[in-house]
Design a protein around this ligand. Structure first.
Ligand SMILES: [Mn+2]
Length: 295
């Protein structure tokens, strides 16, 4: 299906919240992307954007309740987008928006490609920060908050064997233990000039392709190197990927999978980065959403 202009349409689902607070910290990211060139950048890639901004309304300031209330709305929007022939593009303050996104597009036969400096694989029993957003991937594979997740329409856990974590370099010991137990593939760090990094990624993607044909691609922008690109958020750590390296990794994904949904999360525009992170987000969306197999 195409938009009025004849271009394929992305439904940009904006979730302008961080820890249940609208416009707080990384909650500023989604609207910052929209107001600073998202539509223009994608128009150049012949993609039309239809933005939808999700609002919580008057609700008590409960982080967990807010996260799941937003995920219900994300699931509804992502499902409606897919039904209308639009590609769901979820721009969110927090990474746990992945839970509603996979519920919306359906976990059956779905893989997750998770780009993040962190694993987001804590549970209420392993976390030492209490930050629900450090549990997003764990919730998506059904490891915790199961009763809350069951309130999201269409939620079914994604098989952990079909998850590949890319770019992680700040993983806590308890998370690493859980990743190992779950059999989640990890392509750690970034290439740093070493082509063997891409071989590892290619092998992980080829393995995944024997099991699934469609993927949700999750981009926590702190997967980017804060020195070489810019500091995406307050949790960014040294190392990671440059813009060119991330784009190359995404092209490898496009060559192998159908992209069911894209999530771009955890961008805090208040850290003074000069726009390189923002431009990288736009170009990565264009690479992933390009309708030609080889962008
Ligand atoms: Mn994350």
């Amino acid at each position: 299906m195409t938009g009025n202009s004849g271009s394929p349409t992305l439904r940009a689902i904006l979730v302008p919240y961080d820890s249940g607070r609208r416009g707080f910290r990384m909650g500023r990211g989604p609207e910052h992307l929209l107001e600073n060139g998202l539509e223009e950048a994608l128009r150049r890639a012949r993609l039309a954007v239809r933005p939808v901004v999700l609002e919580l309304g008057d609700a008590p300031p409960l982080e967990v309740a807010a996260a799941f209330a937003l995920n219900k709305r994300i699931a509804e929007e992502a499902r409606a987008a897919s039904g209308a022939g639009e590609s769901p593009l979820v721009l969110s303050g927090n990474c746990n928006a992945c839970v509603g996104t996979v519920a919306g597009v359906g976990a059956e036969g779905l893989g997750i490609l998770w780009f993040d400096a962190h694993a987001d694989f804590n549970t209420p029993e392993t976390t030492t920060s209490g930050f629900v957003d450090g549990m997003g991937l764990a919730i998506a594979v059904g490891d915790c908050w199961g009763s809350m997740a069951a309130t999201i329409p269409g939620f079914v856990p994604v098989d952990a064997a079909n998850v590949v974590l890319v770019g992680a370099r700040d993983v806590q010991p308890a998370e690493q233990e859980r990743l190992d137990e779950a059999g989640i593939g990890v392509v750690a760090g970034g290439p740093a000039g070493d082509r063997r990094w891409y071989e590892g990624l290619g092998a992980a993607l080829d393995g995944l392709r024997t099991r699934v044909a469609r993927v949700y691609v999750h981009l926590d922008l702190d997967v980017l190197d804060p020195e070489k690109v810019g500091k995406a958020n307050g949790f960014a750590v040294p190392g990671g990927l440059t813009r060119g390296e991330l784009e190359e990794a995404l092209v490898m994904i496009r060559e192998r999978f159908s992209v069911a949904a894209v999530g771009v999360a955890s961008y805090d525009p208040g850290l003074g980065e000069e726009g390189a992170v923002l431009e990288t987000a736009f170009s990565c969306i264009a690479v992933l959403e390009a309708r030609d197999p080889a962008p």
